[in-house]
Design a protein around this ligand. Structure first.
Ligand code: ZN
Length: 313
């Protein structure tokens, strides 16, 4: 769905509610407590324009629960109108190289940077996908992002990348998984490689870095195919071009849209880029899928986002 269509189709909060209700209850509104279909709609008078006005009441005598389509979802605790949420989702889905909170704030005319930043991160969190790569051929490689400047005395400042991202991708139009890792060492790379690559794959292509010889020794032993980048970049089907291309898009986005991505939030950016890459052929349904994820999504409070360490995997 294109941005212009979202704008046209969801120009009132009521229309957004219709959409969420259909998504949440495809066969008709059901009580969130007891599941009964006997419910009645309550029209609530409210002076605050952002307050959710569409509420249902369960008509079962022993229940009587009151609820709305946003109850228990990320949208519920937000003071932002649903129209703003919908536009924000569409903007992130459309932006191949992502967009910064500042851009989001400008596009949507939001009052504060904080609001825009929190909004972006909640959408990113909903984009996290859990899956295992199981195509016959997978490529794996690591890349370095972020930078810390080392300034030895009497020497030119040297920029050293300080964050490592492990990338794994299925060949022939398959899925991508980007995972931040503490360091490019075999014993650190081994667990995510074994977690995200299925034992059923036939071959895992890597570059000539010796870490992969050790990282692919356990569950994935015997599957490695190596191309030595000191000699050449491809011999027949032995190459890592697919993952290199994915990294290139990821870095263009990271450096183009964000000045700095902190270690704490890197996982969420990785999830966002992987998600868009994986749904690239389903551009039309990406908006719906993301909205669905937000309906089920776990909450991410501003306090948790700004806490010194985030306790999520
Ligand atoms: Zn009920």
């Amino acid at each position: 769905m294109k941005l212009i269509d979202i704008h046209k189709e969801f120009n009132t909060d009521d229309k957004c509610f219709d959409y969420l209700e259909k998504m949440r209850w495809p066969t008709g509104v059901a009580c969130l407590d007891c599941g009964s279909l006997k419910v009645s709609r309550i029209t609530r008078e409210t002076k605050s324009k952002n307050r959710r006005t569409r509420v249902y009441q369960c008509l079962e005598k022993q229940c009587g629960h009151q609820f709305s389509a946003t109850a228990g979802t990320i949208f519920h605790d937000s003071h932002l109108p649903l129209q703003t949420w919908f536009m924000a989702i569409a903007l992130i889905c459309e932006a191949k190289k992502s967009l910064s909170a500042l851009q989001m704030q400008r596009h949507l005319g939001l009052g504060s940077y904080r609001t825009a930043w929190h909004l972006c991160h909640r959408i990113r969190k909903a984009m996290k996908q859990d899956f295992v790569l199981d195509a016959p051929e997978v490529e794996a490689d690591e890349t370095y992002v972020g930078s810390r400047i080392k300034r030895p005395r009497h020497a030119r400042p040297k920029t050293v990348p300080d964050q490592v991202v492990l990338g794994m991708v299925e060949r022939n139009g398959g899925r991508l998984k980007l995972v931040p890792v503490a360091d490019a060492k075999a014993k650190i790379l081994q667990p995510p490689l074994e977690k995200y690559i299925s034992k059923s794959v036939a071959a895992i292509y890597t570059d000539g870095h010796p870490i992969y010889v050790f990282a692919l020794k356990g569950k994935l032993a015997g599957k490695q195919k190596t191309i030595d980048h000191n000699k050449t970049y491809a011999i027949g089907s032995t190459h890592t071009n697919t993952i290199e291309n994915a990294f290139s898009l990821f870095k263009k986005g990271l450096y183009g849209s964000f000045h700095h991505v902190s270690k704490k939030h890197l996982a969420r950016y990785c999830d966002e880029f992987s998600y868009r890459f994986n749904l690239r052929a389903e551009q039309n349904s990406m908006f719906a899928q993301t909205t669905k994820c937000l309906l089920r999504g776990e909450k991410l409070t501003y306090e948790a986002l700004t806490a010194s360490e985030i306790s999520e995997s």
